[in-house]
Design a binder for this molecule. Structure first.
Ligand SMILES: [Zn+2]
Length: 208
């Protein structure tokens, strides 16, 4: 109707200008409304879907990603982001004794950014004491160990708890449990890495 306004005008020969102006105003409103409606309804967004992090994952909780249109911001779904895990890496710490004639390489796991665990200094301190020991049985154990090699691994283990430093023939390494060595201290008692414990471990070394 809006578009045929002129035709109506011509056809019916309006009686007065007021009527014409009234119709013209109605026509302008009609055109404006028609174009506005066209913009909203006739040009749907073609959508460009992208996953965006809406809640970052933390160490304590999952995060969330939302699929969102980069053009109109409409959303159509979400998915969780698994919570962060601390990634342990393999590290080593070398203890050299007897003017480099004997070496122990401690293999352990830690975060990339971690400082050296305190037990490394304790292990070193106790091995130094063992090598310095003047007890004949301890000296024999060290001499015996040196006949089997000059470099030995000490693997720090994290499963199945046990106490003390032991030789593991299958692994061809000394092993010690993280939970025990982490609290070990002193020179005697169950919580200490004693000379006797080291002597027995040294004496049970079997190289394959
Ligand atoms: Zn869109």
């Amino acid at each position: 109707m809006v578009y045929f306004n002129k035709d109506y005008k011509g056809a019916y020969c309006m009686k007065n200008w007021k009527h014409f102006i009234f119709l013209a105003i109605i026509a302008i409103f009609g055109i404006v409304i028609a174009f506005t409606a066209c913009d909203d309804g006739n040009k749907p967004c073609s959508h460009n879907w992208e996953w965006k992090v809406t809640t970052p994952a933390t160490l304590e909780a999952d995060g969330l990603e939302t699929e969102i249109c980069s053009i109109c911001n409409e959303t159509r779904g979400t998915r969780p982001i698994p919570k962060l895990e601390l990634e342990l890496v393999d590290k080593t710490y070398t203890i050299t004794l007897k003017d480099d004639a004997l070496e122990f390489v401690v293999e352990y796991k830690a975060l990339e950014t971690d400082e050296e665990p305190a037990y490394l200094a304790y292990l070193e301190e106790r091995l130094v004491a063992m090598v310095a020991s003047t007890g004949p049985a301890n000296q024999d154990a060290i001499i015996g160990l040196l006949t089997k090699g000059n470099s030995f691994k000490i693997k720090v283990e994290y499963d199945d708890f046990y106490m003390g430093l032991v030789w593991n023939t299958t692994k061809q390494a000394f092993t010690v449990h993280n939970d025990w060595i982490s609290i070990a201290s002193g020179t005697s008692g169950d919580n200490a890495l004693t000379l006797t414990m080291m002597r027995e471990a040294f004496n049970s070394v079997e190289i394959e």
